[in-house]
Design a protein around this ligand. Structure first.
Ligand code: MLT
Ligand code: MN
Ligand code: ZN
Length: 308
């Protein structure tokens, strides 16, 4: 199985268009310690021929250009991208679907809840149902992924519930502390090839529950929510009023952070993805970067390639 990190930054990317925080300034200035990153997405393939996107970011066009395995190979119109799996309805994970118009056959897998979002936003009708199959990912059961015609591409995906929050643009302030969050709004994914090789992908996770811990225990590889270093990071950087908790992301540092919480699970390879532009782990050589690396974590970068 091959995995390509198409984009390793959180929503907004790094640098973010309107952000003048220290990190974004350094990235914009071309500081080699602050490599730019596009928005959150992976590509996976069992055979190197047919690829599955895990989320479709607003930067997808640029990401396809940067990754030759995703370029057309035959005829006048072709794409090795057979399908897309969506892990939530956030803009950074669904807006790239609009890039995949142009009457190209494709399948789109998501929870019922996220399919509802696509249905309710008619702009996604540019994905013509004659060529784009929308299929539901049930929770806790492995699904054989196929392209538009259903032909298997050698990957099985199991979706499971993770603590999270409804997409920002769907929040209902009157609906109480969850802002109207429902089951299926945020899912984690286990991707498994026919040879049994597998990994987990959780670009958004608000807390590590005992159930989630049990699922991840001794896993060979997990890509995990690296949005913020600490909960109030955006507040103290002066770029926003929201905490990580408020946005549905557990932070890296602290007792209830992912660094400590995942340390005991025996996950052999741990990689932070969906990293917000304010996060100090984005800076090579920063104390926070050195701390996660010393704990055995890797910080994803665009173009990172993994063979399992
Ligand atoms: C998130 O991960 O919290 C969202 O992508 C935020 C956003 O919509 O920009
Ligand atoms: Mn996001
Ligand atoms: Zn910034």
């Amino acid at each position: 199985m091959q995995i390509l990190v198409l984009g390793s930054a959180a929503g907004g990317g790094f640098p973010q268009w309107n952000c003048n925080c220290v990190n974004c300034r350094r990235a914009r200035a071309g500081d080699p310690a602050a490599s730019p990153r596009t928005q959150s997405s992976l590509a996976v393939s069992a055979d190197g021929e047919r690829w599955l996107l895990l989320n479709a970011s607003p930067d997808l066009r640029q990401q396809i250009l940067a990754n030759p395995p995703l370029h057309p190979r035959r005829g006048n119109r072709h794409s090795p991208i057979a399908g897309v799996v969506l892990s939530n309805g956030d803009v950074d994970h669904v807006a790239g679907l609009l890039t995949l118009r142009e009457y190209q056959t494709l399948s789109v897998y998501a929870s019922d809840r996220v399919h509802g979002v696509l249905r309710d936003n008619s702009v996604f009708n540019v994905l013509n149902p004659a060529v784009v199959a929308r299929r539901t990912l049930p929770l806790d059961s492995a699904v054989e992924i196929g392209g538009f015609d259903g032909a298997p591409i050698g990957l099985r995906v199991t979706a499971f519930e993770v603590p999270g929050k409804v997409a920002l643009y769907m929040e209902n302030e009157k609906a109480g502390p969850g802002f109207g969050t429902q089951s299926g709004d945020t899912i984690g994914l286990e991707i498994r090839a026919a040879n049994g090789r597998h990994f987990f992908y959780l670009p958004a996770c608000a807390a590590l529950t005992p159930e989630l811990g049990a699922r991840l225990r001794d896993a060979p590889l997990a890509f995990f929510d690296g949005t913020l270093w600490q909960d109030d990071e955006m507040v103290s950087a002066g770029v926003g009023a929201k905490t990580g908790r408020r946005m549905g992301h557990m932070s890296i540092a602290g007792e209830d952070g992912s660094l400590a919480q995942l340390a005991v699970l025996g996950v052999r390879r741990r990689i932070y993805v969906h990293i917000n532009n304010t996060n100090p782990i984005l800076l090579a050589g920063s104390p926070e970067r050195l701390q996660v690396e010393a704990a055995g974590w890797e910080v994803a970068y665009d173009g990172m390639e993994i063979r399992l």
